[in-house]
Design a protein. Structure first.
Length: 508
C-alpha cells in the first residue's frame, strides 16, 4: 500500500479527529469521566462532612480573600472570553457565508446532469422516472442553448436557458423590475396545419421527421433547410424555422445581458429585442442536425440584478417547439433536506451526476471548522495564563492556611475531606470564571456585530451578524472551565492531604 492509498484511507479519520465537534465532545466526556472517578473515590473514603457544608466552607474561604479571589476569577473569565469571542466569530462568519451562498429551500434540491461522453440522456422518460422516486415533489427540466440577440445596432450571442416558471421560483430568481413569465408547460405535440399546399406539407413533414418530437408548423411559416460543414468537414443539416404562434415570446434577462446590448437597466422592461435560438444535435437526439429559429421579437418582462455571467431565461415550451427532446439538466425538489442524500444515491446508481447546495455547505463547514480550531487555540493561550494565575492563588492559599488545615484534621476532618474542600474552591473559581467569560465573550461578539450593522445600514445595507454561539458550545465552555478549575486545584489539594496535623499546628 503506497502513501497516496494510506492518505485516502485515513483522511476521513483525521478529519473527524481534528474537527471542532469531535474536540467539543471529547472535552465534555473527559469532564464526565473525571466527575465519575471522583464520586467513586469519595464513596470509598466514606466522607462524613456533607457536601453542603463543604460548599459553605469553600465559599467563606473565598469571600475572606475576596480581592485575590476576584482577580483570579477575572483572569479566568478573560481567558474564557477570548476563546468564546474568537470561536463565536468563527461560527458567525460561517452562518453569514452559508446564508449568503444558500437558501433553506436550496438545501432540498438536487441538480441532475449527464457525464461528459456519456450515452445517457435526460428526457421525458427520465423525468417521469425521477418523479417516481419517494420523497420527490417536483422534477424541473432545463435546456441551455445559445441565442443570437440584437437590439437596434447591437448584436450579441448570449446563453439562453429554457425553464419553467416553477424553476425560476424554486431558484429564487426574482426580478427587481417587472415580473416572471407564466409558463409551466413542458410538452409539445405536433399539429400539422390543414391548409398547407402539397409542396409545403411534404417539406414540413420531412423536416419534422428529423426530430424525435416534431414541431408545429402553421400556414405561412417559413422553413429553410441549409447544408453546412463543421470543422471536421462533415456536413450538418441546419434547419431554420419560425417559432409557432403558440410560443410565449417573453424573456427575463439579467443585468449583464442587458448591458451587453446597451439597454438602460431601469427602463428595459417592456422593450422588444430580436432573438434567434440555436439548438444543437445533443438536444435533438439526432446527429448531424442543428435547428435555428428565425429572429423573432421578444418582450422583456423581467430584469434581474445579477451582474455575473450574461443570461436570458425563456419559457421551456418555446424550445420544445424547436424539437428539443434532451435536457441539459433536471432539478429535483425534495420534501425534506434529510432525504437529499438518499435520493442522490438512487440517481447516481443510474449513471447520472448529481450536485447539491449541501456539498457547498459541507465544504464551508469544514473550512470554518478548521478556522474555529485555530481561533480556539489562540484563545487557549490566554486561558493557559489564567490557569497559572489560579494555580498560584491556590498554592499561596494553601501555605497561608497550613495551621487551619492542621486544626481541621485535629478536630476529625479526614485528608480526603480536606482534598475535596480545596477542589471545591478551585471548581467554584473555574465555574464562575467560565460563566462570566462566556457572558463577556458573547457581549464582545454582539458589540462587533452592532458596529458592523451600524456601518452597513449607514451605507444602505442590511443587518450583519458575525457572532453566533451554538447551545452545545455553551456546555463546552462550562465543561472546559470546570476541567481547568479541577486540574489547577488538583496539585494543591494533594499537598493539603499530605500535611501532618502536628506539623501544621507548629507552622509559622
Amino acid at each position: 500500500m503506497n502513501l497516496n492509498e494510506l492518505r485516502v484511507k485515513f483522511e476521513p479519520l483525521f478529519e473527524t479527529l481534528f474537527s471542532s465537534v469531535f474536540i467539543e465532545i471529547a472535552i465534555i466526556l473527559i469532564v464526565i469521566i473525571l466527575v465519575v472517578i471522583n464520586i467513586q473515590r469519595f464513596r470509598k473514603y466514606r466522607i462524613k462532612v456533607s457536601l453542603i457544608d463543604l460548599l459553605y466552607i469553600a465559599g467563606v474561604n473565598l469571600m475572606v480573600r475576596r480581592t485575590r479571589t476576584l482577580v483570579t476569577i477575572i483572569g479566568m473569565s478573560i481567558g474564557i472570553a477570548s476563546i468564546v469571542f474568537l470561536v463565536s466569530i468563527g461560527y458567525g462568519m460561517q452562518d453569514l457565508v452559508i446564508s449568503e451562498a444558500t437558501r433553506l429551500e436550496e438545501l432540498k434540491q438536487v441538480q441532475v446532469s449527464t457525464q461528459a461522453g456519456s450515452k445517457l440522456r435526460l428526457n421525458d422518460t427520465v423525468l417521469a422516472d425521477l418523479k417516481k422516486i419517494p420523497n420527490v415533489q417536483k422534477t424541473l427540466p432545463v435546456v441551455a442553448i445559445v441565442g443570437d440577440m440584437s437590439y437596434k445596432q447591437s448584436n450579441a450571442a448570449i446563453p439562453v436557458y429554457g425553464v419553467t416558471t416553477d424553476y425560476l421560483k424554486e431558484s429564487a430568481i426574482q426580478p427587481v423590475y417587472g415580473k416572471l413569465f407564466e409558463s409551466n408547460e413542458t410538452y409539445y405535440e405536433v399539429k400539422q396545419a390543414e391548409n398547407l399546399t402539397e409542396e409545403n406539407e411534404t417539406k414540413n413533414t420531412e423536416s419534422a421527421n428529423l426530430l424525435e418530437n416534431p414541431v408545429e408548423v402553421s400556414e405561412g411559416e417559413e422553413f429553410i433547410e441549409l447544408d453546412t460543414e463543421n470543422t471536421d468537414g462533415e456536413k450538418i443539416d441546419v434547419d431554420e424555422i419560425n417559432l409557432p404562434n403558440t410560443a410565449l415570446k417573453e424573456i427575463v434577462m439579467n443585468r449583464s445581458a442587458i448591458e451587453i446590448i446597451g439597454l438602460p437597466f431601469d427602463d428595459a422592461v417592456g422593450e422588444n429585442v430580436s432573438l434567434a435560438f440555436t439548438v444543437t444535435s445533443q438536444h435533438l437526439n439526432r446527429e448531424g442536425i442543428k435547428v435555428v429559429s428565425l429572429p423573432e421579437n421578444f418582450t422583456i418582462v423581467g430584469v434581474l440584478s445579477d451582474n455575473s455571467e450574461p443570461a436570458i431565461y425563456t419559457p421551456f415550451f418555446n424550445l420544445r417547439t424547436l424539437g428539443v427532446v434532451n435536457f441539459t439538466e433536471v432539478r429535483i425538489i425534495t420534501d425534506d433536506q434529510n432525504n437529499v442524500q438518499r435520493i442522490r444515491e438512487q440517481v447516481e446508481a443510474q449513471g447520472y451526476l448529481t450536485t447539491s447546495v449541501q456539498d457547498t455547505v459541507a465544504e464551508i463547514e469544514q473550512l470554518f471548522s478548521s478556522v474555529r480550531i485555530g481561533l480556539g487555540l489562540i484563545g487557549a493561550f490566554g486561558l493557559a495564563i489564567a490557569s497559572l494565575g489560579m494555580f498560584n492563588t491556590l498554592t499561596v492559599s494553601l501555605l497561608e492556611r497550613t495551621k487551619e488545615i492542621g486544626l481541621m484534621k485535629t478536630i476529625g476532618m479526614k485528608s480526603a475531606e480536606v482534598r475535596l474542600l480545596f477542589l471545591i474552591e478551585s471548581l467554584l473559581m473555574g465555574f464562575l470564571g467560565g460563566v462570566s467569560g462566556l457572558l463577556l465573550g458573547y457581549l464582545g461578539g454582539k458589540l462587533i456585530s452592532l458596529i458592523l450593522t451600524s456601518y452597513s445600514i449607514s451605507k444602505g445595507g442590511n443587518v450583519i451578524s458575525v457572532s453566533s454561539i451554538p447551545f452545545t458550545f455553551v456546555f463546552l465552555v462550562i465543561a472546559l472551565s470546570v476541567m481547568v478549575g479541577y486540574l489547577t486545584g488538583l496539585f494543591p489539594a494533594r499537598r493539603a492531604t499530605k500535611i501532618s496535623a502536628l506539623n501544621a499546628l507548629r507552622y509559622e
